[in-house]
Design a protein around this ligand. Structure first.
Ligand SMILES: NC(=O)c1ccc[n+]([C@@H]2O[C@H](COP(=O)([O-])OP(=O)(O)OC[C@H]3O[C@@H](n4cnc5c(N)ncnc54)[C@H](O)[C@@H]3O)[C@@H](O)[C@H]2O)c1
Length: 353
């Protein structure tokens, strides 16, 4: 067995290495250069849409040291997105603050008794890096596109509707002269959106997962126009970022409806809702079955409530159009959307919140 003091030294070395990597990554990303504009760095990020995803993507970039401007249709919506960012940060800070004591209990749970000095070292190594005030100061809100003019990267996270997104891309067409323009769409055509930009080769999909402050995956999806430089820069940018749990992970995907995750996951949610509707099992038991029998971290119905029932139905409709009948949204999902039982965001969905 490895002596305890050696294990402590290993764990401290690992902590220091992680801290150093984080510092290097934080500064490295400041020097990522945009193609075609060798004097430029990605410093300022614009977010269009301050809803569930827009606000949390804004938080992610601010946490990674970027200046962020978040735009919604009016200032009330932008302010409510800002409150969402405040809430994410205070939750993450609380979790971070609790981490050292949890780590001490975990080690002592093996029957080891730590000295005060060892505990202090653990507290120092696990000190929270969530400085709410500093991170919040990086975020500005607006209801004007003109405030996005200094951005090097703009991420659109508005409603999942092709016309809405095409309209937004037309409105920011000129900004593509300087900025990479990404959409967070779950299922719509980036090629169609990009056609509305002055420089279509600057656009691609960066598909973040909900919630991005905990889920590291980003599907990077180029359109038929996207330049290799924009694709590579976006990929590299994501791989140099981290969320509140781990390093972000990009995967490259061809532009086909649903990409990887939604093409597999949303039909599963649809089937789970059909099981519920047919009275095969309760929502709770369907979720328990998939967690305990299939190793899912969340059940499909809990997940649907988190994603939003409207988003789930929107994605199913796109998949149905692309791949046919087997992707038809279930009756229960469509009824829930009509009744505005959209999950967590309306405080009622498959569960009550
Ligand atoms: N919710 C998820 O789990 C999830 C996950 C991955 C991707 N997405 C995608 O992210 C996008 C946003 O989804 P969401 O769940 O955050 O939606 P949401 O309804 O919570 O937020 C959308 C926001 O966009 C704003 N908006 C609409 N038009 C705008 C405009 N012209 N300018 C500025 N703001 C505008 C709305 O006012 C709203 O605040 C969608 O494309 C969705 O498919 C969602």
């Amino acid at each position: 067995m490895i002596p305890f003091k050696d294990r402590m030294a290993d764990s401290q070395r690992m902590q220091r290495a992680i801290q150093m990597k984080w510092i290097l990554m934080t500064y490295a990303k400041r020097f990522i250069h945009l193609p075609h504009h060798s004097s430029m760095e990605i410093r300022k990020v614009g977010i269009i849409g301050a809803g569930t995803m827009g606000a949390s993507i804004a938080e992610l970039f601010a946490y990674n040291g970027f200046d962020v401007v978040m735009k919604d249709q009016n200032m009330d919506l932008a302010r409510s997105g800002y409150s969402r960012i405040q809430k994410i940060l205070s939750d993450m800070k609380r979790i971070n603050d609790e981490r050292p004591e949890k780590e001490i209990s975990r080690i002592e749970g093996y029957g080891l008794k730590l000295t005060e000095e060892q505990k202090e070292k653990i507290r120092t190594a696990n000190r929270s890096n969530v400085d709410v005030d500093i991170i919040l100061k990086r975020v500005k809100i607006t209801d004007q596109y003109s405030d996005l003019s200094g951005c090097d990267l703009i991420i659109e996270a508005a409603f999942e509707n092709q016309e809405v997104k095409n309209g937004i891309f037309s409105d920011i067409s000129d900004l593509s002269e300087k900025a990479i323009v990404a959409s967070n769409t779950s299922s719509l055509s980036i090629t169609e959106m990009a056609g509305h930009l002055k420089r279509p080769e600057q656009a691609l999909i960066l598909h973040f997962f909900n919630p991005p402050y905990l889920l590291p995956l980003v599907e990077v999806v180029p359109s038929v126009y996207t330049s290799d430089e924009v694709r590579d820069l976006a990929f590299s940018l994501i791989s140099h970022m981290k969320n509140h749990r781990e390093n972000m992970v990009p995967v490259l995907v061809k532009e086909r409806e649903g990409f990887i995750v939604n093409r597999l996951l949303i039909p599963l949610i649809n089937s789970a809702s059909e099981l519920l509707d047919a009275g095969i099992a309760s929502a709770k038991d369907i979720d328990i079955a998939m967690k305990k029998g299939a190793g899912f971290p969340m059940g499909p119905l809990e997940l649907a409530d988190m994603i939003g029932i409207d988003v789930v139905v929107d994605v199913m409709e796109v998949l149905e159009k692309a791949f046919g009948e087997m992707y038809k949204p279930s009756v229960i999902l469509r009824r829930m959307r009509e009744a505005k039982q959209l999950g967590r965001k309306t405080k009622i969905g498959f569960y009550k919140y």
